[in-house]
Design a protein around this ligand. Structure first.
Ligand code: ATP
Length: 457
């Protein structure tokens, strides 16, 4: 019955079309023909993505005694990006076909990983390689392309006023390390979490919201003594995978991919991706890195400020090491959509169901009067008013009830409440469950606690 463990390529088209049709995600500036890999989250998409972010924030800050949050500015001092290495090194190798003009990142070409190794060693010659699109052997030599968006602060556009739209949120966590540690009187080890926008001028964005130019990251930097970083890296791998599982993602749709030595940044002692089985293959969903003391040391060097920590238990001064976990909110939302999508045969053909957990579902409850008759609308409106303050809910009175159930299934609403003509006299309503389609009738007075109990599972 279920197709959840079978992510076939057609799932991509089904999800992108459902996302647009049902108000999850639209191309940004669509009436102008789109704006180059930027996306708008519609009324249901913003609920879903907010729920993903809320779940991450709760797991990473509220439920832990060792992580606090910040919300840093997107525009930072330009030297931040020199210190971090982004001005010099945040580049993708770009190759362009002289014949069909198609552009590629080297890692997207056939045997891309091996080509990247050669490029990093300065030993890649692309002449003689065929273009994967037109097969002509007219590929340019790779050229470095910086992915940061440049802008100017103030009215004058000169080199002194350059600013960058941040390509990751992590840097404000490093730069704020001492402010957070001191204001919150934290002892190591502890972490700082942040959710925020990041911008990358990707050469080849695509695959829907998987890779866009403007996206949100959910990043956490965990500061510790150098001797603890290895074990903490392993611990965080487990913690982060468990979070993806708790969102309802099946175990067999997730895997770790450890980075080889020649793939990692020079300062990283260890790096792994949590990969997800997207409809277009296994791809990175989250990165986990042991970044050593590189970031804080670089900011200390470039700002001239001493960022050492004094550990009064060890009686030792040291620059903390960092274990980072970094996941895209948009990419995680896409993964959740893929994992939730399900189809099953029914008497009308196919029932499409988004099997979101109640925590993630955009609407938890839909109130559906059996018909549009005014006497039912009155009571149904009353029922909705009772439910609204407690859970995110919606109301639908158009078309046959069966079609309305299907519509709610397709957007993942776990529970429907039907108000019928008997409700007018017996003050009872029917709750219908999305997954089992089982129905129970209960008094309106017990509705809110019953819904809450069902949503808790
Ligand atoms: P990729 O190899 O897919 O480009 P990356 O290794 O550059 O990713 P990181 O710099 O580690 O990615 O960023 C951390 C996370 O941010 C990624 O795991 C991903 O979830 C998200 N992310 C990165 N780039 C994008 C993008 N262009 N669009 C959407 N999400 C992104």
């Amino acid at each position: 019955m279920s197709r959840r463990s079978d992510p076939r390529p057609e799932l991509f088209d089904k999800i992108t079309s459902l996302a647009k049709r049902r108000g999850f995600v639209f191309p940004s500036s669509e009436i102008y023909g789109g704006a180059g890999a930027t996306w708008d989250f519609g009324p249901l998409g913003v609920e879903l993505k907010n729920n993903v972010k809320r779940s991450w924030w709760r797991a990473m800050t509220q439920l832990r005694d060792d992580v606090v949050g910040i919300d840093g500015a997107i525009l930072m001092h330009p030297r931040v990006w020199e210190a971090s290495g982004h001005v010099e090194n945040f580049v993708d190798p770009l190759i362009e076909c002289g014949s069909c003009r198609k552009r590629y990142r080297i890692d997207e070409l056939p045997d891309g990983d091996a080509l990247m190794v050669r490029w990093r060693a300065g030993a890649l010659d692309s002449s003689g390689m065929p273009c994967p699109s037109c097969n002509e052997k007219r590929l340019s030599q790779p050229r470095k392309f910086n992915l940061m968006f440049k802008t100017f602060v103030g009215p004058v556009e000169d080199s002194a006023s350059v600013a960058w739209l941040r390509p990751e949120t992590a840097q404000s966590i490093y730069v704020d390390f001492e402010n957070v540690q001191q204001s919150m009187r934290r002892k190591l080890p502890f972490g700082i979490a942040q959710i925020g926008k990041a911008f990358r001028n990707e050469i080849t964005p695509g695959n829907f919201i998987f890779r866009s130019r403007e996206f949100e990251q959910m990043e956490m930097q965990y500061f510790c003594h150098p001797s603890q970083a290895g074990a903490l890296f392993d611990q965080w791998k487990g913690v982060r995978k468990a979070w993806h599982r708790a969102l309802g993602t099946p175990e067999e749709w997730l895997r770790f991919r450890d980075h080889a030595m020649d793939e990692r940044a020079h300062y990283a002692a260890a790096a792994t991706d949590i990969e997800f089985r997207f409809p277009f293959g296994w791809k990175e969903l989250e990165g986990i890195h042991n970044r050593t003391d590189y970031d804080l040391k670089r900011h200390a060097e470039c700002s001239g400020k001493n960022i050492e920590y004094f550990d009064d238990e060890r009686k030792e001064h040291y620059v903390p090491n960092v274990v980072e976990t970094s996941v895209g909110a948009d990419r995680a939302t896409f993964a959740v959509l893929c994992a939730a999508y399900d189809e099953e045969p029914d008497k009308e053909g196919t029932r499409v169901v988004l099997r979101f957990t109640p925590e993630l579902a955009p609407y938890k409850v839909a109130i559906l009067p059996l018909s549009k008759k005014p006497e039912l609308s009155g009571l149904a409106g009353e029922v909705w008013a009772k439910v609204r303050p407690h859970v995110m809910s919606t109301y639908d009175e158009t078309q046959a009830i069966g079609r309305r159930y299907r519509r709610q299934d397709e957007i993942g609403t776990p529970l429907c409440v039907t108000v019928d003509f008997d409700s007018l006299t017996d003050r009872q309503v029917t709750i219908r469950e999305r997954d089992s389609m089982a129905q129970v009738r209960i008094p309106i007075d017990e509705l809110v606690p019953t819904l809450k109990a069902k949503l808790r599972g």
